[in-house]
Design a protein around this ligand. Structure first.
Ligand code: ADP
Length: 475
């Protein structure tokens, strides 16, 4: 059952119960008050009749010693038809409670008669022939006789009024229920609208529309729920986008990897086939074997770099304080001069929180790239400087430079600006990808500035403290 229908049903049940119970008590209360009033009047009438009877008995001529039964009947008949309330019903009985006189239509019931006592008035409600009466009884002392006077007051109308009251109330309750059901239905629809909007948004998201958000139409708890839902949807959308990007990057990586693998393998297979199928002269034999060797070497370099990247990604980082001199001396030993390019190393002394071997690998890659990009006779400058927030490394060359649109891509695995130039240097476009992974571990990023034809500058900052290190890494 829909939530809005549940709200509607609960309200109808509550209202029906409230009106039903309230109406019952109200009508009954009115009825009881009316009945009590009637009982009071019936008892008053009975007292008045008693005095009237006693007065009439006193006026009987004194020739009678005792009040004769015939006189009693006569007085009874007179009282029945005389004065206000003529046509009243009464019954007179003697000392033995034997009926002496009874109006026509008076009940034959003698239960009350048996209960009448001296000085007290008795009454009961009787229900003969679908009518209701208040029957009263009182003792009458006339001359030397003790008589019993009973009256009957018709209260059928009071009961009929109660029945009518219940009927009116039932009708009224039904009408109110119908009207309020319509109002409650609209109300429940309005109350549950945020839920419907949320359900629609959830369905659209399930169908793949991750950008869909639910409209917030209130500021109450429902509005808060909508806000939370939208926030959750945003997080889910971002995560899905990240996952999709990751999957795309992986696919690109596999495609580039297969491509990079295919080129050297084709050369190796081709030259190997040539060597085994024909007898070549010494020079061609050497050239073919050399191709197989160099391409094999390239494959080896590529697989080692790939392994480095994978290992670095899963690496449990344990940084230690490393002396800047250790890093730069190592670089100086390797690159004093390479391929006619002079490598100038200048650094400020200091201690850096880093993994020594990983940082050496980054500096080596950047210096190697700078040397490869430079013409013989030019200069590569490797700098180490202390900054407020960390130790800054930079490698600057005056080589070929990188076009601006390529700068973003060169850190992707297998990306090479000039493929033939890179391959001729045994490159596979993996060096910078490895640098980025290592710098990520150190909470750092690679900054690239380059102008085609003028040169490039690659730099990165290693934060001083482990705390900022980790925070930067999380970013
Ligand atoms: P590779 O192993 O091929 O050198 P890298 O990932 O280290 O791969 O470099 C990616 C590409 O970026 C290189 O192929 C090269 O074209 C370009 N590159 C890197 N460093 C420089 C630089 N200092 N000057 C010009 N181009 C560079």
């Amino acid at each position: 059952m829909k939530f809005s229908y549940k709200i509607l049903l609960c309200s109808i049940i509550t209202m029906a119960a409230a009106f039903g119970i309230g109406g019952y008590f109200f009508v009954n209360d009115v009825f009881r008050a009316s009945l009590e009033r009637e009982i009071g009047q019936a008892l008053d009438d009975s007292s008045i009749l008693k005095f009237a009877f006693e007065t009439a008995a006193l006026n009987i001529p004194s020739k009678y010693d005792v009040l004769q039964n015939s006189v009693i009947e006569e007085i009874g008949s007179n009282l029945e038809n005389r004065g206000q309330g003529a046509g009243r019903l009464l019954r007179l009985s003697d000392e033995d409670r034997k009926v002496l006189y009874a109006s026509e239509g008076f009940v034959e019931d003698t239960v009350l008669l048996a209960d009448i006592e001296e000085q007290t008035q008795a009454y009961q409600i009787i229900h003969p022939d679908r009518r209701y009466y208040i029957q009263t009884g009182i003792q009458v002392n006339a001359l030397d006789r003790v008589l019993y006077l009973e009256t009957m007051r018709d209260v059928t109308e009071v009961y009929a009024e109660r029945t009518r009251g219940f009927a009116v109330y039932r009708g009224l309750t039904l009408l109110i229920l119908v009207c309020s059901s319509v109002v409650m239905y609209l109300f429940s629809q309005w109350l549950t609208k945020p839920i419907r909007l949320l359900t629609q948004a959830a369905k659209r998201m399930t169908a793949g529309d991750y950008g869909c958000r639910a409209d917030q139409i209130s500021t109450d708890e429902m509005g808060q729920l909508t806000m939370d839902f939208n926030h959750m949807a945003q997080v889910v959308e971002e995560n899905i986008r990240k996952l999709e990007e990751e999957v795309r990057a992986r696919e690109d990586f596999i495609a580039a990897f297969s491509h990079e693998l295919k080129t050297p393998l084709t050369a190796v297979i081709g030259y190997a086939d040539l060597l085994r199928s024909r007898k070549l002269d010494d020079e061609k034999h050497f050239l073919s074997a050399n191709y197989i060797y160099t391409e094999g070497k390239r494959l080896e370099t590529m697989s080692l770099r790939l392994l480095d990247i994978i290992v670095t990604k899963r690496y449990q980082h344990e940084p230690q304080m490393v002396d800047a001199a250790v890093l730069f001396d190592y670089l100086e030993d390797l690159y004093r001069e390479r391929d006619g390019v002079s490598v100038q190393i200048r650094y400020a002394s200091g201690r850096i929180l880093a993994e020594e071997n990983l940082l050496k690998s980054v500096l080596l890659n950047l210096t190697d790239n700078a040397v490869k990009a430079s013409e013989p006779g030019s200069e590569v400058i490797v700098l180490g400087e202390k900054r407020k927030d960390g130790y800054y490394f930079s490698v600057k060359d005056h080589g070929v430079g990188i076009p601006p649109e390529e700068c973003r891509k060169i850190t992707e695995a297998f990306y090479m600006v000039d493929k033939s130039r890179s391959r001729s240097h045994n490159g596979a476009g993996l060096g910078l990808a490895l640098c980025v992974e290592i710098l990520k571990l150190h909470g750092s990023t690679l900054e690239i500035e380059s102008t085609p034809g003028e040169g490039s500058c690659f730099g990165f900052l290693i934060p001083w403290e482990l705390q900022s290190f980790m925070e930067a890494g999380e970013r």
